[in-house]
Structure formats: C-alpha cells, structure tokens
Design a protein around this ligand. Structure first.
Ligand code: 1CP
Length: 351
C-alpha cells in the first residue's frame, strides 16, 4: 500500500489512534433488507446463503451501501456462522434466523468437528474480498470479520439463537472438558479465518462476541475472554482488530485486556466516559442506538452531531451504531447519519 493510499483510509488510521481530518463512519449490518437493491439481489440469488457462496452477489451487496451512502468502510457480506458450516455443521436460515439442525451436545460431537483450511473450504470468501477491493474507491477501507469463539460456541451448542442459552450453560458448567475442547477448535478456526481474510485484502477485522454480555464478569473471564485473547494474539500486527461485545458495559475494562486495537461500544455505554475508563489506550467504535434511526432524518443528524461533540475530536474514534441496522430502517435516516458525520466539525482536541 502506498503512503497516499494509507493516508486516504481514515478508518485504518483512526483504529491506530492517529489524528484524522474527520471521524470515519460505517454501520454494522449496513448491507441488508432495509435496502431495496439488497432485496433485489437476494431475490435473484434465491436465498441468503446463496448470496454468500456466490462471490459476485456477495461483492455486489457489500458495495451497495458504499455507493449509496459513501461510508468509509465496506464490510464483507457473509455471516459469522459460515465457518461452522465449513467445519462440518449443517446450517440453514429461515425467517427467524439461523438454524443448526445438528447441534453439538457431547464430547464426541466436538471430536467430529474439523478445523479446516479456509483457502480450501471457503474460497468464495477470498474471491469476494478481491472483487470488493477492486470495486471500492481508494479511500474506502475493507473490513473482514468472524464470530468470537464463545458466540460461535453458543450457536453450535444451542443449534440457533436463544434467550437463556440453557444447553450452552449446561455444557460450560457441567461438561467443561467438552466445552474447552470446542473452544480450542473454534479459536484455531477463527484465527485462521481472520488471517485468510487479511491475506485476501481485509485491512481491518471485527471479532463479534455478540453474546458475551449475557455473562456475568467472572464467567466472561473464565469462559470467553481467554479464547478471544488467543485469537487477537494470533493476528497481532497483521491488521487492526475491533472487538465487539453486545450489551457489555460491565465488561469494558476486561475487553481492553483482549489486546485488540479498538472496542465497539453499544449505545448503553457513555462514549465520553468510555474514553476515560479505557484510559485512551484503545480506539473506540460506536455508538448511536440503532433504534435512533427511526427518528426523522433531521433528528438523526442532530443526534449524530451531539454524539460527535461528546467525543470532541479525541483521536481513536470510529463512528458507528451500537449494534446492526434494523430491518425497517429508512435509507434516508442512514444517509442523514453518514452525512452528519462527514459534515461535523470538531471544536475540541483537533482544532
Ligand atoms: O435475511 C437476510 O437477508 C439475512 C439477514 C442477515 C444478514 C444481512 C443475517 C442472518 N446475517 C447477515 C449478514 C451479516 N451478519 C453480516 C454482514 C455484513 C454487513 O452487511 O454489515 C455480519 C457482519 C453478520 C454478523 C452476524 N451474524 C452476527 C454478529 C453481529 C451481530 O449482529 O451481533 C451474528 C450474531 C449473526 C448471526 C445471524 N445471522 C443472521 C441473523 C438474523 C443473525 C442473528 C440471529 C440471532 O439473533 O441469534
């Protein structure tokens, strides 16, 4: 990458806590059903997994929000559950979300799970990344991602989404050797998947630990953090890593210890206080409430300026939502969010 290309990619610089001309902005789940052009491709492809497995479709929907809104980053269109499928688990998506009809419940299920080479089992991921990079403006960064081992274990053991995670908790507490063996395999797969995406052009990666926040702090430290830390260590120096953990205000100080370059905060955490709590030792991403996008575009712009004023130009901020875009969001509100970010003039630390 030339110096000029590097300088133009605000996202990568902000993740390294370098001063930037303006705060970079992108949205989690920025490709999705709230966009008519996404729905059209989904119809043509015939399903969600069909879009992921076809690099042309995956690249097209990855590029759609970049074209429409001019966000500062594209995130590969895929899903955190794709590697579980590559490891040998059946995976389906229905109206309610993901379904894994053969969940892992015992040691021998874990034994049957295979750590695989992403180059051989998920070549469509690398191909889609190359197509996206070729279609992106120079200044737009490309992001890869993976689920964190704990969140992947939650889906693998439950067989889908859950509110109480009873099977997961039973396995964690009562069959700890099987849980640990599963986490070891998942950590190896996750690290390999992130390395593969970086090799194929991802300039930053997100590690999504969506269900981490469901754990009390001692359980997070015992059952999730060690394996996430292993993954972060495994990719250190290759590309900046953003650690996301859902509803995790109680874990913020522990998330710093993962060693990632940035932490993605949800809207329940005060961004200004988070800079203090993390001693400005990591970059912070976030954190407009995704439901705030149901406000009028003018109100969304006001809320976005208020959030950016709170940060006041401190280095190491990437603007995003606290969690993914909701399905019934109006594109005009997303545009208002992105445009407000691009127009915002910091009055504090940078001026
Ligand atoms: O019907 C559709 O079109 C599918 C909806 C959808 C989409 C657009 C799903 C099903 N996944 C995705 C894409 C996706 N998932 C991306 C693509 C990048 C982007 O466009 O922004 C990413 C980064 C993910 C990651 C993901 N999948 C997470 C982690 C982030 C998060 O939101 O917490 C999780 C938990 C999933 C599982 C999943 N996949 C899909 C759904 C509906 C869910 C969540 C189900 C649940 O609540 O358990």
């Amino acid at each position: 990458m030339t110096d000029e290309t590097y300088r133009s990619r605000l996202l990568v610089r902000a993740l390294r806590r370098e001063p930037v001309e303006r705060t970079p902005v992108w949205l989690m789940r920025q490709a999705g059903r709230y966009l008519p052009e996404y729905r059209a491709v989904r119809e043509q492809a015939g399903g969600f997994l069909q879009m992921i497995w076809n690099p042309q479709y995956a690249a097209e929907v990855t590029l759609q929000p970049v074209r429409r809104f001019g966000v500062d980053a594209a995130i590969l269109f895929s899903d955190i559950l794709v590697p579980l499928n590559a490891m040998g688990m059946r995976l389906e998506f229905d109206e309610r979300g993901p379904v894994l009809p053969e969940p892992l419940r015992e040691q021998r299920d874990v034994d049957a799970l295979e750590v695989v080479d992403p180059r051989e089992t998920m070549p469509y991921v690398g191909e889609a990344l190359r197509l996206v990079r070729a279609g992106l403006p120079q200044e737009t960064a490309l992001i890869g991602f993976c689920g964190a081992p704990f969140t992947l274990a939650a889906y693998a053991i439950e067989g889908g989404t859950s509110k109480q995670f009873a099977h997961l908790r039973r396995t964690m507490y009562r069959d700890t050797p099987a849980f640990n063996a599963l986490m070891d395999k998942l950590a190896a797969q996750v690290a390999a998947h992130l390395r593969y995406q970086i090799e194929c052009g991802a300039e930053a990666v997100v590690l999504f630990d969506t269900w981490a926040g469901s754990l009390a702090r001692p359980d997070y430290l015992r059952y999730s953090a060690p394996w996430s830390r292993r993954v972060v260590r495994d990719i250190a120096g290759l590309a900046p890593c953003i650690a996301f953990a859902g509803e995790s205000d109680h874990l913020l100080e522990d998330l710093v210890q993962l060693g990632a370059d940035a932490i993605s905060l949800d809207h329940r955490t005060s961004l200004a206080q988070a800079f203090t709590r993390t001693r400005e030792s990591v970059a912070l991403q976030g954190n407009l409430d995704p439901a705030a996008l149901f406000a009028s575009p003018a109100d969304v712009a006001r809320r976005t300026h208020a959030l950016l004023s709170e940060v006041d130009g401190r280095p190491g901020h990437v603007l995003n939502l606290g969690h993914g875009v909701f399905k019934h969001t109006e594109p005009a509100s997303v545009a208002a969010f992105v445009n407000a970010a691009k127009e915002h003039v910091a009055t504090g630390h940078l001026s």
